[in-house]
Each structure stands twice: as structure tokens, then as C-alpha cells.
Design a binder for this molecule. Structure first.
Ligand SMILES: *Cc1c(COP(=O)(O)O)cnc(C)c1O
Length: 354
């Protein structure tokens, strides 16, 4: 039976198969990832001094860009006959691995720093029936353990972005940006944690014909090893998805920045949360704190008189619903009031006077 509907989103493997590592027909896994919107951002553009578009990766099946790489990694793990997968995660890799492993029918083990995963992501992992191992340690330690588990245990695939299949899948976002604009933008702004995604975008832009963008990476000030030039032992930031002290793809990030004439900068938690609120309230786009780091960075460059100018794409890596506490801790729901029309009408009129 042919199960693939021609006009439905068919996923990154079917769409870009000739640019990806080999995957046999029977092993293709997709939840309809990719094909995410590129949204104009007039308010942000004004403040940033550039024509800014938002690549909204929160529109992927599990709510983050991780699905692009996971579709490829899980397809390849299936083709190789694995019976389980393992990953270290700050949350989104875990949520994505859990969903794709459920789809494929293999076991999924996610190793996370205890207390370090945002609520929405933890709930996703539980919903998909993956096993969570909370370690008393950092993401970086979780990654060391996961790498070792995959190396020493039979039939267990590592689905972190140190797996080149993940990077291959994630580079498809750069292709989509170029297809949508008809060329590459002048600059790409992107949050940087373990540095797999900036590595992947750069790979994608290099494989596309024509000029490549300047790569502008942004880390949280409390977790900025690539800005400081050394590992950070206890990374701290509200942006849990980029709370990483020793990026595995450090070389890839430095190459992207070096070859493109870009740079990596740090933004504070206050700047991140301000950018998250601006995107939600002035553009109607709700992303998680880590994603907002890209826009916070553009605003910061503009304030310093260093706006990249031209057309800039900011990658909004994950959906705002992933981390409800980031918003709820700053804005509580009001107390209930009587169900009274007069009071409601007065309230609405009061707040909408011309
Ligand atoms: C994983 C992730 C990042 C960081 O990507 P890296 O490839 O680790 O640099 C940023 N934002 C979100 C929402 C993520 O899930």
C-alpha cells in the first residue's frame, strides 16, 4: 500500500534525499518535519536596522528543529538494525528522540541533568514512553555517559548531534531559507548551545550555490564558552536549551564564524526574556527563551551600532510552549471575578479608549 500522500508535508528525508546520507526506502521515518514558515518581522526589523525574517522551527512536529536531524538519525538507526537509542539532552533532543523512537518502535533512553529540563519537554518524553535518566550532573556529563553507552552496548544508536546524521538532517533548514528567499540572506542569527545547529546551517549554506550569509551565533552570558574561549563548568541561564558549558561541535561553530566573517556574542538573561516578550507581543510569535537569544543578539548589535543590515534570518529554534514556567513565573493568572457583563464591558472600554 502506498502510504505517502503526494501533497502532504513529506518530511526532510524524502524532500532532500539526494543531499543526505543513504537511506533505504523501507527505513524512511518522518513525522512531517521541516517546511517551517519564514515569517516577516516588521517590529523587530525596525529595532534591528535590518529586514528580519523569523525561521520558526517551533512549527516542527515536536516543537523544535531537532526533528530535522532526528528524522535522518532515526531512519539510519533503523536501517542499521538498532534496537534502542540513547541521547543526552537539555530537553528538545529528548522530546524529539522519544517521538521518533516511538514511531519506529525502538527503545529510547534520554540522559538529562536533574532539574534542568523545561516542563513541556519532560512531559513530551513521558507521553512518548521514553525512559528518562536524570543524572546529578551537567549536560556535558550526560553527553559523555551517552557516548560511552552507545560505544560499549550492542545495538544502541547515539542520536545526539555528534552523530553526523543529525547535522545532515539539520542542514536542510538552510536549504529552505535559500529556497524561500531565492538566495541566502546577508546574515543568519542563531542561538548556540552544543553548536550542532550553527555547524549544520553553515554546511547547508556551503552546499547551496551562491554567496553564503555571515553567521552570527549567540550564547547566554552565563553559558558562553565560545565567547570566553574556555569551557564553563557550571553554566547558568534561563535559556535551558543552551545551558551548555563545553560544546561538542565547538570546531564547527568556530569554522562557520571564521569562514563567513561572522561572530559569536553573548546576551544576558534579561535581554533574552525581553526579546522573547517582544516576539510574542509585537510579532505574534511565541518561542522559547533559547530561541529568543538570536533576536536579543540582533537588537544588541543594533544598539552597539553594528547592525548587519540587509536581509537577516533569525532562527527561532523551539516553541514557547516548551517552557511554560519561563512566562508564568513573570505573569500570574488573575483571580476569578463574578460573571458580570457590565464589569467586562467597562473593563474593555476602559482599555480600548481611542
Ligand atoms: C538544541 C537547541 C538549541 C541549541 O542548538 P545546538 O545545536 O545545541 O547549538 C537552541 N535552541 C533550542 C530551542 C534547542 O532545542
Amino acid at each position: 500500500m502506498k502510504t505517502h500522500i503526494p501533497h502532504a508535508k513529506s518530511g526532510v528525508v524524502r524532500k532532500y534525499r539526494d543531499r543526505l546520507p543513504g537511506i533505504p526506502d523501507g527505513a524512511i521515518v518522518s513525522l512531517g518535519e521541516g517546511d517551517t514558515p519564514l515569517i516577516e518581522a516588521p517590529r523587530v526589523s525596525e529595532l534591528a536596522g535590518a529586514r528580519v525574517y523569523l525561521k520558526f522551527e517551533g512549527a516542527n512536529p515536536t516543537g523544535s528543529f531537532k526533528d530535522r536531524g532526528m528524522a535522518v538519525a532515526m531512519s539510519r538507526a533503523l536501517a542499521a538494525g538498532n534496537r534502542a537509542c540513547v541521547c543526552a539532552s537539555t530537553g528538545n533532543t529528548a522530546a524529539s528522540a522519544a517521538a521518533y523512537a516511538a514511531r519506529v518502535g525502538i527503545r529510547c533512553f534520554v540522559v538529562v541533568p536533574a532539574g534542568g529540563v523545561a516542563l513541556g519537554k519532560a512531559v513530551q518524553v513521558l507521553a512518548h514512553g521514553a525512559r528518562i535518566v536524570q543524572i546529578e550532573g551537567s549536560f556535558d556529563e550526560a553527553l559523555r555517559l551517552s557516548r560511552r553507552a552507545a560505544a560499549e552496548l550492542d545495538g544502541v544508536a547515539l542520536v545526539n548531534s555528534v552523530n553526523p546524521d543529525r547535522i545532515a538532517g539539520q542542514k536542510t533548514a538552510a536549504f529552505e531559507v535559500c529556497e524561500a528567499l531565492g538566495r541566502a540572506p546577508e546574515a543568519l542569527a542563531i542561538p548556540v548551545g552544543n553548536a550542532g545547529n550553527i555547524t549544520a546551517y553553515w554546511k547547508g549554506f556551503c552546499e547551496w550555490s551562491g554567496p553564503a550569509p555571515r553567521m552570527l551565533g549567540f550564547q547566554a552570558a552565563g553559558a558562553a564558552p565560545l565567547v570566553l574561549g574556555r569551557a564553563v563548568e557550571r553554566p547558568e541561564t534561563v535559556a535551558s536549551a543552551i545551558r551548555i558549558g563545553d560544546p561538542a561541535s565547538r570546531e564547527g561553530a568556530l569554522r562557520a564564524v571564521g569562514e563567513s566573517g561572522g561572530e559569536i556574542n553573548a546576551v544576558t538573561d534579561a535581554e533574552i526574556l525581553e526579546a522573547q516578550a517582544l516576539l510574542a507581543r509585537a510579532e505574534g510569535v511565541f518561542c522559547e527563551p533559547a530561541s529568543a537569544a538570536a533576536v536579543a543578539g540582533l537588537l544588541k548589535l543594533a544598539r552597539e551600532g553594528r547592525s548587519p543590515g540587509g536581509t537577516v534570518v533569525a532562527v527561532l529554534t523551539g516553541h514557547g510552549l516548551k517552557d511554560p514556567d519561563a512566562v508564568k513565573s513573570r505573569a500570574e493568572l488573575p483571580e476569578p471575578v463574578p460573571a458580570d457583563f457590565g464589569a467586562l464591558a467597562a473593563r474593555i472600554s476602559g482599555e480600548t479608549e481611542p
